[in-house]
Ligand binder design. Structure first.
Ligand SMILES: CC(C)(COP(=O)(O)OP(=O)(O)OC[C@H]1O[C@@H](n2cnc3c(N)ncnc32)[C@H](O)[C@@H]1OP(=O)(O)O)[C@@H](O)C(=O)NCCC(=O)NCCS
Length: 186
């Protein structure tokens, strides 16, 4: 488990977590356990912006995907964010980010970026060279997040169509999903 002070470097770059002065002085980045599932579900429900999965799905993040996922815990115990990620069975060199979310209280402070770097640092030790995710075309924050991580690493960032709107139920309420790709990071 790694604790991070407000003014300490996020990585070996000059980035820092830019938390407001009245926020807790540390955020801890660790692997989720099933005990985090309910909090992950609640944050996703309350923050909006993402499809809300079943509570059971968030239990699985800790039960099966703890080694590829991350939770960010604020000093006062609040969940600052999480990344639910796994390695697709047919793409063992890839870590796929199913969901990444930062608690609105902590947005714009570098928490999302740091969480993705934590996932990549752990994935690299298992031979993973690429991070993928799907994002809706209108999600500028998400695209900016993944491209910022690619820029940090000095690797390629790409986007291409993935899931068309016709694949989702309903009458076009759900946007299509484009794949974003970061890497290879070697
Ligand atoms: C996407 C999300 C996780 C970003 O988290 P965050 O902790 O606020 O992001 P960071 O502070 O680490 O910022 C990382 C980069 O994204 C950019 N960014 C963050 N929010 C942004 C926004 N609303 N619009 C444009 N760029 C944005 C930052 O400027 C930074 O890029 P830069 O270094 O080039 O300036 C957050 O907005 C969120 O939880 N959104 C709702 C859930 C979601 O859409 N998840 C993604 C789909 S799975």
């Amino acid at each position: 488990m790694q604790r991070l002070g407000m003014a300490r470097p996020v990585r070996d770059t000059s980035e820092t977590l830019k938390l407001p002065d009245d926020e807790p002085t540390s955020i801890t980045f660790r692997s989720p356990t099933p005990a985090d599932g309910a909090t992950m579900w609640t944050l996703t429900r309350d923050a909006g912006g993402l499809d809300l999965n079943s509570p059971y799905a968030y239990l699985l993040a800790g039960h099966h995907f703890g080694s590829t996922s991350i939770v960010a815990e604020a000093g006062d115990g609040d969940l600052a964010g999480f990344v639910f990620a796994y390695s697709p069975p047919d793409e063992p060199d890839t870590v796929f980010v199913w969901q990444v979310i930062t608690n609105p209280r902590f947005r714009g402070a570098g928490v999302g970026r740091r969480m993705l770097h934590e996932v990549i640092d752990r994935a690299r030790t298992r031979g993973i060279t690429t991070m993928t995710a799907t994002v809706t075309p209108s999600n500028d924050a998400s695209k900016a997040l993944f491209s910022a991580v690619a820029r940090d690493l000095g690797v390629d960032y790409g986007e291409r169509p993935c899931f068309g709107q016709e694949l989702f139920p309903g009458d076009g309420e759900h946007e299509p999903e484009d794949e974003v790709r970061v890497g290879p990071f070697g």
